[in-house]
Design a protein around this ligand. Sequence first.
Ligand SMILES: Nc1ncnc2c1ncn2[C@@H]1O[C@H](COP(=O)(O)OP(=O)(O)OP(=O)(O)O)[C@@H](O)[C@H]1O
Ligand SMILES: [Mg+2]
Length: 267
Amino acid sequence: MRHVIDNRVPAHPVPVIRIRRLTKSYGHGDATVHALRGPDDPETGGPAGVGLDIEQGDYVAVMGSSGSGKSTLMNILGCLDVPTSGRYLLDGIDVGHLDEQQLSLVRNRKIGFVFQSFNLIPRTTALAQVELPLAYAGVRTAERRRRAMAALSLVGLAERAGHKPNELSGGQQQRVAVARALVTAPALLLADEPTGNLDSRSTEEVLALIDGLNATGRTVVLITHEDEVARHAKRVLRLVDGQIVDDVRQAPVDGPPPFLYEAEVRA
Ligand SMILES: Nc1ncnc2c1ncn2[C@@H]1O[C@H](COP(=O)(O)OP(=O)(O)OP(=O)(O)O)[C@@H](O)[C@H]1O
Ligand SMILES: [Mg+2]
Protein backbone atom coordinates (compact mmCIF):
# COMPACT_ATOMS: atom_id res chain seq x y z
CA MET A 1 0.00 0.00 0.00
CA ARG A 2 1.31 3.44 -0.87
CA HIS A 3 1.22 6.26 1.62
CA VAL A 4 0.87 9.69 0.15
CA ILE A 5 2.42 12.32 2.37
CA ASP A 6 1.06 15.77 1.77
CA ASN A 7 3.88 18.09 2.71
CA ARG A 8 2.83 21.10 0.70
CA VAL A 9 3.02 24.35 2.58
CA PRO A 10 -0.54 25.57 3.08
CA ALA A 11 -1.35 28.68 1.06
CA HIS A 12 -2.71 30.30 4.22
CA PRO A 13 -0.91 29.42 7.44
CA VAL A 14 -3.11 28.87 10.47
CA PRO A 15 -4.32 32.23 11.77
CA VAL A 16 -3.01 33.13 15.23
CA ILE A 17 -6.55 33.86 16.31
CA ARG A 18 -9.63 32.12 15.00
CA ILE A 19 -12.94 32.58 16.76
CA ARG A 20 -16.26 31.12 15.69
CA ARG A 21 -19.78 31.84 16.92
CA LEU A 22 -18.34 33.29 20.11
CA THR A 23 -20.67 34.74 22.73
CA LYS A 24 -20.19 36.06 26.22
CA SER A 25 -23.06 36.97 28.48
CA TYR A 26 -23.26 38.03 32.08
CA GLY A 27 -26.18 37.53 34.44
CA HIS A 28 -29.39 35.58 33.97
CA GLY A 29 -32.94 36.00 32.71
CA ASP A 30 -34.13 39.54 32.09
CA ALA A 31 -30.87 40.88 33.52
CA THR A 32 -28.69 39.10 30.94
CA VAL A 33 -26.08 41.33 29.31
CA HIS A 34 -24.81 40.00 25.98
CA ALA A 35 -21.35 41.54 26.04
CA LEU A 36 -20.44 39.64 22.86
CA ARG A 37 -23.31 38.50 20.68
CA GLY A 38 -22.66 39.00 16.97
CA PRO A 39 -25.62 39.31 14.60
CA ASP A 40 -28.95 37.62 15.30
CA ASP A 41 -29.18 34.01 14.19
CA PRO A 42 -31.91 33.97 11.51
CA GLU A 43 -33.09 30.53 12.68
CA THR A 44 -33.16 30.88 16.45
CA GLY A 45 -33.44 34.67 16.73
CA GLY A 46 -30.74 34.49 19.44
CA PRO A 47 -27.15 35.74 19.22
CA ALA A 48 -25.24 34.02 16.41
CA GLY A 49 -21.92 34.93 17.98
CA VAL A 50 -18.81 36.68 16.74
CA GLY A 51 -16.47 35.27 14.08
CA LEU A 52 -12.98 36.61 13.54
CA ASP A 53 -9.64 35.50 12.07
CA ILE A 54 -6.43 37.36 12.80
CA GLU A 55 -3.36 36.39 10.82
CA GLN A 56 0.16 36.19 12.08
CA GLY A 57 1.89 39.55 11.83
CA ASP A 58 -1.29 41.60 11.73
CA TYR A 59 -1.72 44.74 13.82
CA VAL A 60 -5.37 45.15 14.76
CA ALA A 61 -6.99 48.08 16.53
CA VAL A 62 -10.33 47.36 18.21
CA MET A 63 -12.53 50.42 18.57
CA GLY A 64 -16.02 51.01 19.89
CA SER A 65 -17.86 53.02 22.52
CA SER A 66 -17.78 52.24 26.22
CA GLY A 67 -19.57 48.97 26.96
CA SER A 68 -19.41 47.68 23.36
CA GLY A 69 -17.49 44.55 24.41
CA LYS A 70 -13.86 45.42 23.63
CA SER A 71 -12.35 44.31 26.94
CA THR A 72 -14.60 41.26 27.02
CA LEU A 73 -13.20 40.23 23.63
CA MET A 74 -9.64 40.99 24.71
CA ASN A 75 -9.95 39.00 27.92
CA ILE A 76 -11.14 35.98 25.98
CA LEU A 77 -8.37 36.36 23.38
CA GLY A 78 -5.89 36.52 26.27
CA CYS A 79 -7.33 33.41 27.93
CA LEU A 80 -8.11 35.49 31.00
CA ASP A 81 -11.79 34.70 30.61
CA VAL A 82 -13.81 31.97 28.93
CA PRO A 83 -16.64 32.45 26.43
CA THR A 84 -20.25 31.49 27.18
CA SER A 85 -20.40 29.64 23.87
CA GLY A 86 -18.41 29.26 20.67
CA ARG A 87 -14.83 28.31 19.91
CA TYR A 88 -11.49 30.04 20.19
CA LEU A 89 -8.44 28.59 18.46
CA LEU A 90 -5.13 30.17 19.41
CA ASP A 91 -2.35 29.12 17.03
CA GLY A 92 -4.62 26.28 15.96
CA ILE A 93 -5.16 25.04 19.54
CA ASP A 94 -8.75 24.95 20.81
CA VAL A 95 -8.34 26.68 24.16
CA GLY A 96 -11.76 25.44 25.24
CA HIS A 97 -10.13 22.03 25.69
CA LEU A 98 -7.38 23.25 28.03
CA ASP A 99 -7.48 23.07 31.83
CA GLU A 100 -6.51 25.98 34.09
CA GLN A 101 -2.86 24.91 34.30
CA GLN A 102 -2.53 24.56 30.53
CA LEU A 103 -4.21 27.94 30.08
CA SER A 104 -1.75 29.66 32.36
CA LEU A 105 1.09 28.06 30.39
CA VAL A 106 -0.42 29.41 27.16
CA ARG A 107 -0.73 32.88 28.72
CA ASN A 108 2.85 32.79 29.91
CA ARG A 109 4.40 31.42 26.70
CA LYS A 110 2.33 32.88 23.89
CA ILE A 111 0.80 36.14 25.07
CA GLY A 112 2.07 39.46 26.36
CA PHE A 113 -0.40 41.85 28.05
CA VAL A 114 -0.38 45.60 28.43
CA PHE A 115 -3.18 47.35 30.33
CA GLN A 116 -4.35 50.93 30.62
CA SER A 117 -3.47 51.07 34.32
CA PHE A 118 0.05 49.59 33.79
CA ASN A 119 -0.61 46.90 36.47
CA LEU A 120 2.87 47.16 37.92
CA ILE A 121 3.63 45.83 41.40
CA PRO A 122 4.15 48.63 43.94
CA ARG A 123 7.53 49.00 45.70
CA THR A 124 9.20 46.69 43.17
CA THR A 125 12.01 47.71 40.83
CA ALA A 126 11.51 47.86 37.07
CA LEU A 127 14.04 45.04 36.67
CA ALA A 128 12.17 42.76 39.09
CA GLN A 129 8.83 43.52 37.35
CA VAL A 130 10.25 42.53 33.98
CA GLU A 131 11.93 39.41 35.38
CA LEU A 132 8.71 38.10 36.87
CA PRO A 133 7.21 36.36 33.78
CA LEU A 134 10.58 34.67 33.27
CA ALA A 135 10.57 33.49 36.88
CA TYR A 136 7.14 31.93 36.29
CA ALA A 137 8.55 30.28 33.17
CA GLY A 138 11.38 28.77 35.25
CA VAL A 139 14.26 30.73 33.71
CA ARG A 140 17.40 30.81 35.90
CA THR A 141 18.44 33.97 37.74
CA ALA A 142 21.39 35.09 35.61
CA GLU A 143 19.59 34.48 32.32
CA ARG A 144 16.50 36.17 33.72
CA ARG A 145 18.49 39.27 34.61
CA ARG A 146 20.16 39.36 31.21
CA ARG A 147 16.89 39.09 29.30
CA ALA A 148 15.07 41.58 31.54
CA MET A 149 17.87 44.12 31.07
CA ALA A 150 17.72 43.60 27.29
CA ALA A 151 13.95 44.23 27.35
CA LEU A 152 14.40 47.37 29.46
CA SER A 153 17.09 48.59 27.03
CA LEU A 154 14.70 48.02 24.16
CA VAL A 155 12.13 50.34 25.75
CA GLY A 156 14.86 52.87 26.56
CA LEU A 157 14.84 52.36 30.33
CA ALA A 158 18.10 50.55 31.08
CA GLU A 159 19.14 53.39 33.37
CA ARG A 160 15.89 53.12 35.32
CA ALA A 161 16.18 49.39 36.05
CA GLY A 162 16.45 50.04 39.79
CA HIS A 163 13.51 52.45 39.95
CA LYS A 164 10.16 51.60 41.52
CA PRO A 165 6.83 52.59 39.90
CA ASN A 166 6.36 55.68 42.13
CA GLU A 167 9.77 56.88 40.91
CA LEU A 168 8.74 56.71 37.24
CA SER A 169 6.50 58.86 35.03
CA GLY A 170 3.30 57.36 33.57
CA GLY A 171 4.96 56.90 30.18
CA GLN A 172 7.98 55.23 31.78
CA GLN A 173 5.73 52.94 33.83
CA GLN A 174 3.92 51.87 30.68
CA ARG A 175 7.25 51.22 28.96
CA VAL A 176 8.19 48.95 31.89
CA ALA A 177 4.87 47.17 31.32
CA VAL A 178 5.69 46.80 27.61
CA ALA A 179 9.12 45.39 28.53
CA ARG A 180 7.41 42.92 30.87
CA ALA A 181 5.00 41.92 28.08
CA LEU A 182 7.75 41.30 25.54
CA VAL A 183 10.44 39.71 27.71
CA THR A 184 9.10 36.19 27.10
CA ALA A 185 9.09 36.88 23.31
CA PRO A 186 5.37 36.13 22.94
CA ALA A 187 3.91 35.76 19.46
CA LEU A 188 0.85 37.78 20.43
CA LEU A 189 0.73 41.15 22.15
CA LEU A 190 -2.63 42.23 23.60
CA ALA A 191 -3.00 45.81 24.75
CA ASP A 192 -6.18 47.19 26.35
CA GLU A 193 -6.06 50.99 25.97
CA PRO A 194 -2.30 51.07 26.57
CA THR A 195 -2.17 54.82 26.00
CA GLY A 196 -5.42 55.67 27.80
CA ASN A 197 -3.59 57.18 30.78
CA LEU A 198 -0.72 58.79 28.89
CA ASP A 199 -0.01 62.28 27.60
CA SER A 200 0.55 62.73 23.88
CA ARG A 201 4.34 62.46 24.02
CA SER A 202 4.31 59.24 26.07
CA THR A 203 1.57 57.94 23.79
CA GLU A 204 3.84 58.39 20.78
CA GLU A 205 6.72 56.67 22.59
CA VAL A 206 4.65 53.65 23.56
CA LEU A 207 3.08 53.40 20.09
CA ALA A 208 6.51 53.57 18.46
CA LEU A 209 7.50 50.59 20.62
CA ILE A 210 4.39 48.64 19.69
CA ASP A 211 4.89 49.51 15.99
CA GLY A 212 8.44 48.16 16.26
CA LEU A 213 7.25 44.93 17.90
CA ASN A 214 4.81 44.41 15.05
CA ALA A 215 7.47 45.22 12.45
CA THR A 216 9.59 42.39 13.89
CA GLY A 217 6.79 39.88 13.44
CA ARG A 218 4.61 40.06 16.55
CA THR A 219 0.88 39.99 16.11
CA VAL A 220 -0.68 42.94 17.94
CA VAL A 221 -4.27 43.48 19.06
CA LEU A 222 -4.81 46.86 20.64
CA ILE A 223 -7.95 48.43 22.06
CA THR A 224 -8.33 52.16 21.75
CA HIS A 225 -10.85 54.98 21.77
CA GLU A 226 -8.62 57.29 19.78
CA ASP A 227 -8.42 57.58 15.99
CA GLU A 228 -4.83 58.80 16.32
CA VAL A 229 -3.89 55.50 17.95
CA ALA A 230 -5.91 53.37 15.53
CA ARG A 231 -4.05 54.94 12.61
CA HIS A 232 -0.97 52.97 13.74
CA ALA A 233 -2.72 49.65 13.07
CA LYS A 234 -2.92 47.68 9.82
CA ARG A 235 -6.54 46.78 10.40
CA VAL A 236 -9.34 48.41 12.40
CA LEU A 237 -12.34 46.58 13.85
CA ARG A 238 -15.31 48.44 15.25
CA LEU A 239 -17.61 46.93 17.85
CA VAL A 240 -21.15 48.04 18.54
CA ASP A 241 -23.19 46.24 21.20
CA GLY A 242 -21.09 43.09 21.14
CA GLN A 243 -20.96 42.86 17.38
CA ILE A 244 -18.19 43.57 14.85
CA VAL A 245 -19.81 46.08 12.49
CA ASP A 246 -16.75 47.30 10.64
CA ASP A 247 -13.48 45.71 9.54
CA VAL A 248 -11.14 47.99 7.60
CA ARG A 249 -7.68 47.15 6.31
CA GLN A 250 -5.29 50.11 6.44
CA ALA A 251 -2.07 48.31 5.45
CA PRO A 252 -1.14 44.80 4.26
CA VAL A 253 -0.44 42.15 6.91
CA ASP A 254 2.97 41.31 5.50
CA GLY A 255 4.37 44.82 5.35
CA PRO A 256 5.52 47.30 7.98
CA PRO A 257 2.88 49.07 10.11
CA PRO A 258 1.68 52.36 8.54
CA PHE A 259 3.66 54.72 10.74
CA LEU A 260 6.97 52.91 10.39
CA TYR A 261 6.37 52.88 6.66
CA GLU A 262 5.74 56.61 6.61
CA ALA A 263 8.86 57.16 8.70
CA GLU A 264 10.88 55.08 6.22
CA VAL A 265 9.50 56.95 3.24
CA ARG A 266 10.24 60.29 4.87
CA ALA A 267 13.78 59.25 5.79
N1 LIG B 1 -18.05 41.01 35.07
C1 LIG B 1 -19.12 41.55 34.49
N2 LIG B 1 -20.35 41.36 34.99
C2 LIG B 1 -21.45 41.88 34.39
N3 LIG B 1 -21.41 42.62 33.27
C3 LIG B 1 -20.21 42.86 32.73
C4 LIG B 1 -19.00 42.35 33.31
N4 LIG B 1 -17.97 42.75 32.54
C5 LIG B 1 -18.49 43.48 31.54
N5 LIG B 1 -19.84 43.55 31.65
C6 LIG B 1 -20.75 44.23 30.71
O1 LIG B 1 -20.46 43.78 29.40
C7 LIG B 1 -20.52 44.85 28.48
C8 LIG B 1 -19.19 44.99 27.74
O2 LIG B 1 -18.18 45.38 28.67
P1 LIG B 1 -16.66 45.64 28.25
O3 LIG B 1 -15.89 45.83 29.50
O4 LIG B 1 -16.24 44.56 27.33
O5 LIG B 1 -16.78 47.01 27.45
P2 LIG B 1 -15.65 47.91 26.77
O6 LIG B 1 -15.98 48.02 25.33
O7 LIG B 1 -14.31 47.40 27.13
O8 LIG B 1 -15.89 49.33 27.46
P3 LIG B 1 -14.86 50.49 27.94
O9 LIG B 1 -14.52 51.26 26.70
O10 LIG B 1 -15.67 51.30 28.89
O11 LIG B 1 -13.68 49.83 28.57
C9 LIG B 1 -20.90 46.08 29.27
O12 LIG B 1 -22.28 46.29 29.15
C10 LIG B 1 -20.52 45.73 30.70
O13 LIG B 1 -21.35 46.39 31.62
MG1 LIG C 1 -12.71 48.15 28.30
